[in-house]
Design a protein around this ligand. Structure first.
Ligand SMILES: C[S@@+](CC[C@H](N)C(=O)[O-])C[C@H]1O[C@@H](n2cnc3c(N)ncnc32)[C@H](O)[C@@H]1O
Length: 351
């Protein structure tokens, strides 16, 4: 890799014009805003970091988009390991952007942070004059900081407001869904995001118990709605409900669909996309998109050349999904649900 980073020169915190995204100027010292932290002062432990670095080490020089920069853990490792690469880091949470700004400050103009949802990846890059990129990393879901800060309303273990917005400037919060959705809507939300076999019982309990004002009282109502034998299996009984609500509040499946399509189209030949998901529905979407673009949609008879025109502009980099090993699980149990899939863009006229 020899050429300098593309499009990441200049002030890494310069303002963006669109009202849907803005660049937050982080302070270089001090503690992040956000209230009481219950378990760890560490913002977030990057998951499958060795695998991410190894996969993205092979991309051509240029820009890597860290679509979920969070506390900047993956970005820091990438900037350290790949001196010819620049990072554009996105996050829809301004607090994460501030934290990443502090953590990455020593890399000067090799990174740029933009407060934006990753579905806006195309507009963000075009605003800063980047046409194509060498890599896209999407480490989905919430950060440990989100879960550890009761004030953000993601935790079913601690009392906090029913919020769950990754971007607190967005309008829809969990309170509106919990206290305003019909039973049928709640069932759908719980099935889509939680794949919850007790969705009907939980939805009925929510409707009967409202209004709810805090996370703990909601969690207690959910636990009471789940049959006792099922409560003892599969982690905290309110986990699926909270996950489903969070995914709905933040439109997470729609965001993922967008970044998959847009991110893959932005890759240079040899460029790579890495997605880490923590939810089986998300992993299925990633698997399906990667498969469809790597010949999986071909309907030609096996053994004969493909004439059906199925896209083949991607090459899958692993058989199946990569998962954290025993050492990582012991160090960071929150990584247990992580599934990493990666694909490489072939020549732009392939398929
Ligand atoms: C698992 S954390 C990423 C942690 C990061 N890789 C690190 O090493 O610190 C996920 C982050 O993605 C952000 N996020 C989730 N969905 C997003 C979206 N649609 N657009 C932008 N950021 C998003 C969250 O706010 C959170 O900070």
């Amino acid at each position: 890799m020899s050429s300098p980073p593309v499009g990441v020169k200049g002030d890494p915190y310069s303002a963006q014009s669109s009202p849907t995204r803005r660049t937050v100027t982080p302070t270089v010292s001090g503690t992040p805003a956000g209230g009481l932290l219950m378990s760890s002062d560490r913002y977030h432990e990057p998951v499958l970091a060795t695998e991410v670095i190894e996969i993205l080490s092979a991309v051509p020089s240029g820009v890597i988009v860290d679509a979920t920069v969070g506390g900047g853990g993956h970005s820091e490792l990438l900037l350290s390991a790949l001196p010819e690469v620049g990072i554009v880091g996105l996050d829809r949470d301004a607090e994460a952007i501030a934290e990443a700004g502090r953590r990455l400050a020593r890399f000067g103009d090799r990174f740029r942070l933009v407060h934006a949802p990753f579905s806006a990846i195309g507009e963000v890059l075009s605003d800063i004059g980047v046409d194509l990129v060498s890599g896209v990393l999407a480490d989905l879901g919430v950060s440990s900081r989100h879960l550890d800060d009761p004030a953000r309303g993601f935790s079913y273990r601690h009392s906090g407001p029913l919020d769950m917005r990754m971007d607190p400037t967005q309008q829809l919060s969990a309170a509106e869904i919990v206290n305003g959705a019909s039973r049928a809507e709640l069932v759908e939300i719980l099935l889509v995001g939680g794949e919850d076999r007790f969705a009907g019982r939980v939805a009925s309990a929510i409707v009967a118990g409202r209004p709810f004002v805090d996370t703990l009282s909601l969690a207690e109502a959910v636990v009471a709605a789940i049959p006792a034998p099922a409560r003892r299996k599969g982690g905290h009984p309110a986990k699926r409900t909270f996950q489903a609500l969070r995914m709905w509040v933040n439109g997470e499946l729609g965001e993922l669909r967008s970044v998959l399509r847009l991110g893959l189209d932005l890759l240079v030949p040899g460029g790579r996309m890495v997605v880490i998901s923590y939810h089986s529905g998300e992993d299925r979407l990633v698997k399906a998109e990667f498969a469809a673009r790597s010949g999986g949609a071909c309907v030609c008879p096996p053994g004969l050349p493909c004439v059906c025109g199925a896209p083949r502009d991607l090459k899958l980099l692993n058989r199946g999904a990569l998962k954290p090993g025993g050492e990582e699980l012991a160090k960071n149990p929150r990584s247990s649900a992580a599934r990493l899939r990666a694909a490489e863009r072939r020549g732009r006229d392939a398929g």
